[in-house]
Ligand binder design. Structure first.
Ligand code: DC
Length: 342
């Protein structure tokens, strides 16, 4: 047995309790998994945070993960001009058979750039594609919570572009007009209370992008090559900095062709319409079943037949029909598939 220390760092999106604890847990889990650490071998952990983080001690996350015997300490870092902002750093000390020269230090999200030489090259990525209402987002969210991965809803990004266009009188079908405003659009994903929130030019638009008009517009802008290039670039960057569950239409075929696990989810059109009507009802929106069905069918047609990265099952994806399954059943089956891969 010998002592060794393992380093890690991660950036957090905002100075809130949930965001700090969620990210610190992601980092701790990743260090533990990639070094095969037995929790009882951890003797102490030092947490440091940049001085823009003070909503909660990051050490709380260690207790919540069941690390009960180790000594924990949190300190605020000295201020260094131009250093990475909103960053939590960890030094885990362990007493085990692991040798210092064999440890895997872990740098995630924005902190990847601190030590590109140590950054892990291949994070785990779960790609879930499928048409509207197939149940992929519900399941993707649950899987990401269970595994402690980041959930990336790529549809929300296309919806945000559409919302910007609708709010600014831009025709979502006009390639030239949409391309000309792309530089004015800044989309950010933040994780608050464990949920993904989407920000368009600084405004939280998570609820605003869930209308039928935005859904239709998102399918239009998603057919524009330049829009796809910009958003796919962002999506790939996220997947290069942490473990992700990413859902969309082209994740397995285009965004992450080397994804660890690829799922293609579908369900009968009547079931998908029922699910969408249920969501609308929950939000108090008046709807007509046949109209919703027709809109979903039209959007599927658009998404499947466009020229660039159409909705298609990747050759190496696993097909799931969610029509007669609960979200819980689908989630458990997919988690079994993921576990079999490791
Ligand atoms: O999953 P969703 O309904 O939020 O997606 C909205 C639209 O965005 C969908 O009609 C097609 C498009 N989209 C896409 O083309 N590629 C993705 N990876 C995700 C969504």
């Amino acid at each position: 047995m010998s002592y060794c220390g393992i380093r890690g760092a991660i950036t957090v999106e905002e100075n809130s309790r949930d965001c700090i604890l969620m990210n610190t847990k992601i980092l701790l889990n990743e260090i533990i998994k990639s070094n095969n650490i037995d929790l009882d071998d951890i003797t102490s952990i030092i947490f440091t945070a940049t001085n823009d983080i003070d909503a909660v001690y990051p050490a709380v996350s260690a207790r919540e993960l069941g690390i009960v015997h180790a000594g924990l300490m949190c300190v605020q870092e000295m201020y260094v001009k131009d250093s990475l902002k909103m960053c939590v750093r960890i030094l885990i000390n362990i007493d085990s058979n692991l040798r210092q020269k064999d440890v895997n230090h872990v740098y995630l999200k924005g902190a990847v750039k601190l030590r590109p030489d140590l950054a892990k090259k291949n994070f785990i990525s779960i790609a879930i594609d499928g048409p509207a209402g197939s149940g992929k987002s519900t399941v993707a969210k649950e899987i990401s919570k269970t595994l402690g991965y980041i959930y990336v809803d790529t549809g929300a990004m296309y919806r945000s572009v559409a919302l910007y266009c609708l709010d600014n009188g831009i025709d979502t079908k006009d390639d030239f007009s949409v391309e000309s405003v792309l530089d004015n659009i800044n989309i950010e994903l933040k994780y608050i209370n464990g949920e993904q929130r989407i920000y368009l030019n600084g405004d939280d638009v998570t609820s605003k992008i869930r209308t039928q008009d935005v859904a239709k517009g998102s399918s239009d802008v998603a057919a524009i090559k330049r829009v796809r290039e910009v958003l796919v670039d962002t999506q790939r960057k996220i997947a290069k900095s942490c473990n992700v569950v990413m859902d969309g239409r082209d994740i397995g075929t285009c965004v992450l062709p080397d994804a660890t696990v690829k799922i293609y989810m579908d369900a009968e059109i009547s079931e998908r319409t029922k699910r969408r009507c249920g969501e609308l009802k929950e939000k108090g929106i008046v709807f007509d079943f046949d109209k919703v069905k027709q809109e979903i069918t039209q959007r599927d047609e658009n998404d499947k037949n466009r020229e660039f990265s159409p909705l298609k099952m990747a050759d190496d994806a696993i097909f799931f029909d969610s029509t007669y399954k609960t979200a819980e059943e689908v989630k458990n089956e997919i988690i079994n598939i993921i576990n079999e891969r490791f």
